[in-house]
Design a protein around this ligand. Sequence first.
Ligand SMILES: Cc1ncc(C[n+]2csc(CCOP(=O)(O)OP(=O)(O)O)c2C)c(N)n1
Length: 284
Amino acid sequence: MKITDTSRLEEIARRVRFDIIKMTYHAGSGHPGGSLSIADILTALYFNALNHDPKNPEWNDRDRVILSKGHACPALYAVLAEAGYFPREELWTLRKFGSRLQGHPAVDKGLPGIEISTGSLGQGLSIAVGTALAGKKLDDANWNVYAILGDGEIEEGQVWEAFMAAGHYHLDNLIAIIDNNDLQIDGFVCDVMNIHPIPDKLKAFNWQVFVVDGHSIPEIIDVVEEAKKVRGTPKAIIAKTVKGKGISYMENVADWHGKAPNRELALKAVAELGFPESALDNDI
Ligand SMILES: Cc1ncc(C[n+]2csc(CCOP(=O)(O)OP(=O)(O)O)c2C)c(N)n1
């Protein structure tokens, strides 16, 4: 599935944002802020850059996506549903007892498109490194591994061991995308544990680094295409983003990291995204 028309892709990202609001509102909990910040990135990946088949999720030649910042799974679930991995109505079961859409991706629930359980921050990149290493050992593997990390997440020590290993093994089938929204759970990343300068650190670990506007779908597509071509080193894309992007009262506000909007605020968000009020309760 490769959509090249920017306005169609932006329309998908708008719907993904709506789904994130609707899912978290009906769940009464969840992580809207960090989900909204990766809506454009995931749209660009799943509807343009990735080699995948929603009707055959376990296809051997598929690109692998590991959402290392697992708490942002509402964005991933929305994109997977939109791509046709599972019925859209299932989105509204987020965080409900027995749902395949857990508050963090849980591979044992069997939701198509989920490669691995994540949510304990810092672990996903190690899994991505292992997967990429396995790909390198297979003669005929021509797929890439994409790991999506938060900038708060890279304060975890394990991430740096994984960055180092990827450089050491020249994992040019690995593309890490760092969602650089400057916020983490309860404040600015640079106040909690300064991670800057990210590009210099990654270059020192033998990564090729790209910086991109993480809300410009055409730019994301271009940079991923460029990254795919680089051989001999792992690639990192630092995506400059805004936490809560698209919803005025959530943008750049740490408080919207891990809570759902109430009805009034959910309706405000729905209106800001250009959907009718009734859409909030449709199919529930
Ligand atoms: C090992 C671990 N420690 C702490 C947490 C709690 N936690 C959940 S999200 C989060 C902040 C993550 O920040 P970032 O990676 O920047 O995500 P974003 O702000 O983009 O949502 C924290 C500390 C966790 N999930 N795992």
